[in-house]
Design a protein around this ligand. Structure first.
Ligand code: PHB
Ligand code: FE
Length: 328
């Protein structure tokens, strides 16, 4: 089996709904018109294919992200940065007590390729898992074409900052990024930069609000500026973050516009910890021992501020760095 072989994880022909079934390790994934079905040696699970595809899209695009990506309260992945756990019921108190949980560890490229193949096969032509539900077709029904362009979108990641020569560029109509319907009132003026001769490639500035007003995806933080391990990852949000993200480090949220409601739970058990309502201008730090899911009733702008240091998960897990960012 080679990783470039797209069919490596497919088991035979399409089912009666037109979709391939995928096997990786002891896990089997199949879909019908409405649901994704997941089975493993000690159990099985069903979830809406809508939830499943939105979560799968993010896990693929984010290359398993920081820490845990819970598709729902049962299924998900844990990133060990080189390998990935695929789990069922591992972070669910009831599954754990009943000893029905299951975890398998894969080399990252292996699970990445399996997930990419499944995402491509299960996403029909008119559905975009990154789009707001108000701006895309439905994920349901029998197999009806592909949307490979959408599910393989390039992830924006600035090396220094958006707008710096040779780096990610600001968005425009010409580039295919019109202003989103919900951000029609966002000013589009760009700052004037007057660099001293010789410093033209060192001094840059851009209008972040204008940039975000032209985002065509939701719940997809992208790196717009980098200072050593400090990454500014703003994103535009509408409807529901399709995953419960389980942190392996602290992350900061700055609500740049409108409102997001966060459900915060214990990372390992799912026990409810808090509800956080963030309005424009609010700043919050999410501790390293929680999972969270956000709800954005109207399209909003959120700055996610990440510390990308590879040392953090180990420092926090061994108690040498705290679970929270600051003592008052
Ligand atoms: C997060 O898990 O912190 C997160 C993920 C995606 C977003 C916003 C926040 O769009
Ligand atoms: Fe998070």
């Amino acid at each position: 089996m080679t990783l470039t072989d797209k069919s490596a994880f497919e088991t035979g022909d399409a089912n009666e709904h037109g979709y391939k079934t995928f096997t990786i390790g002891g896990f089997t994934f199949s879909r019908d018109e409405f649901f994704a079905h997941v089975s493993w040696p000690t159990g099985r699970h069903v979830l809406s294919v809508d939830t499943f595809l939105r979560a799968l899209q993010r896990d693929v695009a984010w290359d398993f992200f920081y820490g845990t990506v819970n598709f729902d309260s049962v299924i998900g992945t844990v990133n060990h940065y080189g390998t990935v756990d695929l789990f069922a019921g591992r972070y669910n108190e009831a599954y754990r007590r009943a000893e029905l949980d299951h975890v398998e560890n894969f080399d990252t490229p292996m699970l990445r390729e399996a997930f990419k193949s499944m995402l491509d096969d299960w996403t029909n032509a008119s559905y975009d898992p990154f789009a707001s539900p108000a701006e895309t077709g439905k994920p349901f029904g029998v197999k009806d074409g592909f949307n490979t362009e959408a599910v393989t979108r390039r992830r924006i990641a600035a090396a220094r900052m958006v707008g710096v020569p040779g780096d990610e560029q600001i968005r425009s109509d010409e580039m295919g990024f019109p202003i989103n319907r919900m951000f029609a009132d966002v000013g589009q003026e760009e700052p004037v930069v007057e660099a001293e001769p010789g410093f033209e490639s060192e001094v840059a500035a851009f209008n972040l609000f204008a940039y975000l007003s032209r985002s065509n995806v939701t719940w997809n933080p992208s790196v717009v500026s980098v200072c050593k391990d400090s990454l500014y990852c703003p994103t535009t949000e509408e409807y529901i973050l399709p995953v419960f993200h389980g942190n392996d480090r602290v992350e900061w949220f700055v609500q740049l516009s409108d409102e997001i409601i966060w459900d915060v739970q214990d990372r390992d058990t799912g026990a409810v910890r808090s509800k956080v309502v963030m309005r424009a201008g609010d700043v919050a730090a999410m501790p390293a021992d929680i999972r969270h899911q956000g709800y954005s009733p109207k399209r909003s702008m959120l700055l996610v501020w990440e510390n990308n240091s590879a040392d953090l998960p180990e420092l926090i897990a061994t108690g040498r760095a705290p679970q929270y960012p600051i003592d008052f």
